[in-house]
Design a protein around this ligand. Structure first.
Ligand SMILES: Cc1ncc(C[n+]2csc(CCOP(=O)(O)OP(=O)(O)O)c2C)c(N)n1
Length: 631
């Protein structure tokens, strides 16, 4: 992509300030718009980083949807939202794309407060059909005439929630169009029977006939309701009478080529004229139109800034990440323990299971975007002699809460949860932040919770949690920590015990997890004691009591919401024991932290060393301030 092409693309896009302007164009002009969107997308993401391959795959679909439907009056709901950059570009935001995923910039997903065209906020997958159906019910209740379109990928369709919504929608006679964007990819290869089913539909010997036949039909009869109906019958008959989606109560059309703009436009036009629940199956190529992304859509799913001419990406940070520590640990342990099995809900790469999947394919389970199933599936394996490790992001674990309580913890099953992306995650923002896990897991009986202070401790904690007979979770942040390289051994830590890192005077900081470095930095200024508490549950009560006895002020520190978090555990213990002492809890506030770098987010949350010091100084009684300045 050269500068000239980028400027030409930008010039054309400047004309299309809103989809209304797009709708003024002739159909013949649309391929040029699609090309401009694609060129602009590649150029801008090469500078900002972000999600690339999914957006490239839906350029034509996005143009066609906004061309045919009267957005934002008609509700267009993208699932996940990572593929919605072309939608942002065409809905008046192309000039802001440089700010994508940065502090105060455009979100990398969808937000109702960012644009009227973002009909429903997203980030987590498989919500679009439910939301669209809810809006369809609301339209009916308020007598509004409009369309509701959910665009969902084949990966997102693997989630139970999507099927719950299809099941419900098929039974209601409301105006809903579900567009399946089938690129035969999730982040990595999709798994499961649905994905196999879709592949069978595509490879069916009828596919080519359908595609050619539908092209011919549509070129003669665009927009005519009765003929559209005949065409629909014709296509239906040819694909498979009674497809899965038909059985669910939808009028199914497809599969059609999602890069053929004229075909997309006429098909959508015809489907707009139909009523009731409709299902359009569109086949696209992830990464379309950019050779490196077409060649490796998994690598180009989410990118750091890259050179657009070569596709070469900027290096990710050099140190070993917590994810890599997990990856090494699970591979090392697999050699020794044949009972070990790993489960991921569609996050093989992000969770650090690529090597394990390659070397231990028969003990590796990618269950699709199915967090609930992942956890109960692990519980089942734990019942009968296997030792499952569920590798899951903190924010996606939220989906599997009842499974953790009812299926794992209540039965005290031996499942280890390796919870990645705990705390702030940076550019993905609030939808992906792991802000709540300590609070929502701590109250579950039988669950143990370990929070490593650095990479070396992460490895030991994973081993400790795994050795523990019963459910246990280790939660660690995105990226790297202080750089303490783990040993190669499989060390087990003393259960439920923290450690004093620095002995100080009147103030004690009880640090839970990866903010230990910050605690140590602050402690130097305050001459404070620092304890690395290690375990959120069971809490090292002996250590808490000792610290309370020897200090005038206890400060707890964690990267989790204060409400119900590790600090709350300290408060509860002290209150239960009748120990009266001054405790102040530092953690995430009762608010969503906006996107930025992780450091910016910690600062916004008041958890940078500077902000903490400022707040703590205001808390200190005069006696302590004097003691500190004398020391
Ligand atoms: C609940 C949840 N789990 C996992 C993810 C991470 N995730 C983001 S996109 C994606 C793959 C989606 O695949 P698909 O719907 O086919 O879209 P594509 O990227 O192929 O266009 C996954 C697993 C998520 N966003 N939400």
């Amino acid at each position: 992509m050269n500068q000239e092409a980028e400027s030409a693309a930008a010039a054309l896009l400047r004309e299309i300030t809103t989809p209304d302007a797009l709708r003024q164009l002739s159909r013949e002009q649309l391929p040029e718009v699609a090309e401009a969107v694609r060129d602009f997308l590649i150029a801008s993401v090469s500078r900002t980083g972000g999600h690339l391959a999914a957006g490239l795959g839906v350029v034509e679909l996005t143009v066609a949807l906004h061309y045919i439907f009267d957005t934002p009056h008609d509700r267009l709901i993208w699932d996940v939202g990572h593929q919605a950059y072309p939608h942002k570009i065409l809905t008046g935001r192309h000039e802001q794309m440089e700010s994508l995923r940065r502090k105060d910039g455009l979100s990398g997903f969808l937000r109702r407060d960012e644009s009227d065209y973002d009909a429903f906020g997203a980030g987590h997958s498989s919500t679009s059909i439910s939301a669209a159906l809810g809006m369809a019910v609301a339209a009916q209740a308020t007598d509004k005439q409009r369309e509701h379109i959910a665009v969902i990928g084949d990966g997102a369709l693997s989630a139970g929630m999507a099927f719950e919504a299809l099941n419900h929608a098929g039974a209601l006679d409301l105006d809903l169009l579900v567009v399946l964007n089938d690129n035969d990819m999730s982040i990595s290869r999709p798994v499961g029977a649905i994905s196999n089913y879709l592949a069978r539909v595509l490879s069916s010997r009828f596919y080519n006939r359908v595609r050619d036949g539908s092209k011919n039909m549509l070129s003669v009869v665009p927009g005519m309701k009765d003929l559209a109906h005949r065409w629909e019958e014709h296509v239906k008959g040819m694909v498979m009478p009674g497809t899965l989606f038909e059985e669910l109560g939808f009028t199914y059309i497809g599969p059609i080529d999602g890069h053929d703009l004229p075909l997309l436009v006429s098909t959508l036009e015809n489907m707009k004229a139909m009523r009731g629940p409709r299902f359009l199956h569109v086949v696209t190529q992830k990464g379309r139109g950019y050779a490196p992304a077409e060649g490796d859509p998994c690598v180009y799913h989410g990118v750091t800034p890259f050179n657009p001419s070569t596709g070469k990406m900027d290096k990710k940070s050099s140190g070993k990440s917590y994810t890599q520590v997990f990856s090494d640990w699970i591979c090392d342990l697999a050699v020794q323990d044949q009972r070990l099995v790993a489960v991921t809900p569609a996050m093989c790469e992000g969770s650090g299971l690529v090597d394990f999947a390659r070397d231990y394919a028969d003990r590796y389970y990618d269950v699709g975007i199915a967090e609930q199933h992942a956890v109960t599936f692990a519980a089942g394996m734990a019942c009968d002699g296997l030792k499952p490790v569920v590798a899951i992001y903190s924010s996606f674990l939220q989906r599997a809460y009842d499974q953790m309580i009812h299926d794992v913890a209540l039965q005290n099953l031996d499942v280890t949860f390796a919870v990645d992306r705990a705390g702030q995650v940076g550019a993905d923002g609030a939808t992906h932040a792991g802000s709540f896990d300590l609070s929502f897991v701590r109250c579950i009986p039988n669950m143990a919770i370990l929070a490593p202070a650095d990479e070396a401790e992460c490895r030991s904690m994973l081993q400790t949690a795994y050795q523990h007979e019963g459910p246990a979770m280790v939660r660690y942040p995105r990226g790297g920590g202080s750089g303490q390289q783990p040993s190669e051994g499989l060390e087990v830590l003393p259960w439920g015990q923290g450690e004093i890192k620095v002995q100080g005077n009147s103030v004690a900081i009880l640090s839970f997890g990866a903010l230990l470095d910050t605690a140590l930095e602050i402690a130097k200024e305050l001459n404070a004691t620092v304890a690395n508490m290690r375990f959120v549950k069971p809490l090292d009560e002996t250590l808490v009591a000792e610290l309370a006895e020897k200090h005038e002020l206890l400060l707890t520190l964690e990267e989790n919401v204060v409400a119900g978090g590790a600090g709350s555990a300290v408060n509860e213990y002290l209150a239960a024991q009748g120990i009266v002492t001054r405790v102040v809890n530092f953690g995430l506030p009762d608010a969503y932290i906006e996107q930025g770098t992780q450091q910016e987010q910690l600062d916004m949350a008041g958890l940078s060393a500077e902000k903490l010091l400022k707040d703590i100084r205001q808390l200190l009684p005069d006696t302590i301030v004097r003691a500190v300045s004398d020391s």
